[in-house]
Design a protein around this ligand. Structure first.
Ligand code: SF4
Length: 211
């Protein structure tokens, strides 16, 4: 996709949603970190339902350690893979208390060293909690970047690097939210909603839907 079309694509996505953010509910970097860990292979709606009950009781690393793994499990039992996630959240809380003064570190390597935190989760936290222009490529962004021709790549890291090169600086901070929302609600996996798509004329996808 030519640079002028990339610019135009983000101008239009910004017009639709000038201040995009994550659909996960959080009020501190720690709440965001835990919500993102819990959201792997789960819906944001399901995670929010659980954290709305959990965070009023425990929303710091020490408070979650005090709940214990069994206590935490009860609060997140409606979320897929909750056993493994409970283990990871407890281990993460332990490291945050022991090595980071109970705070979420503003540092990629330190974030990726936390159990349950990979590059994508670190990118979400760096972007959404700390304002860095990182690109957390999930399944939606991967699909949109490839279909549209915006930033094609054979794996998520290739797409992340391509997006960081191609997205104009003024859109970098919010780009991943716009692309996730576009992929989730318009450029859907099975049947993209091309007739309703605001970037239809810019998109290079060959199999656009017509109804
Ligand atoms: S035109 Fe279709 S394939 Fe292209 S971005 Fe829009 S919804 Fe996706």
């Amino acid at each position: 996709m030519p640079a002028a079309d990339v610019q135009e694509m983000f101008v239009r996505l910004r017009e639709l949603d000038p201040h995009p953010t994550t659909e996960l509910e959080y009020s501190t970097p720690f709440e965001l970190l835990v919500a993102v860990i819990l959201s792997a292979q789960a819906t944001d709606v399901g995670v929010n339902r659980a954290t709305r009950r959990l965070y009023p009781l425990a929303n710091t690393p020490q408070a979650i350690l005090d709940l214990g793994e069994e206590g935490l499990r009860k609060h997140i039992a409606t979320i897929g893979l909750f056993n493994a996630k409970a283990k990871n959240v407890i281990a993460t809380c332990r490291i945050l208390v022991d090595r980071h003064g109970g705070e979420v570190p503003h540092d990629r390597d330190a974030l990726e060293a936390l159990p349950g935190v990979g590059r994508k989760t670190a990118n979400v936290v760096l972007n959404t909690a700390f304002g860095e222009p990182t690109m957390a490529v999930d399944t939606h962004i991967f699909r949109v970047a490839n279909r549209t021709g915006l930033a094609p790549g054979k794996d998520v890291r290739a797409v992340e690097d391509a997006l960081l090169r191609r997205v104009p600086a003024e859109f970098l901070h919010d780009a991943h939210h716009w692309l996730i929302l576009h992929g989730r609600y318009v450029c859907k996996a099975r049947k993209p909603d091309c007739p309703q798509c605001v970037v239809r004329d810019l998109c290079r996808y060959r199999d656009k839907t017509v109804d």
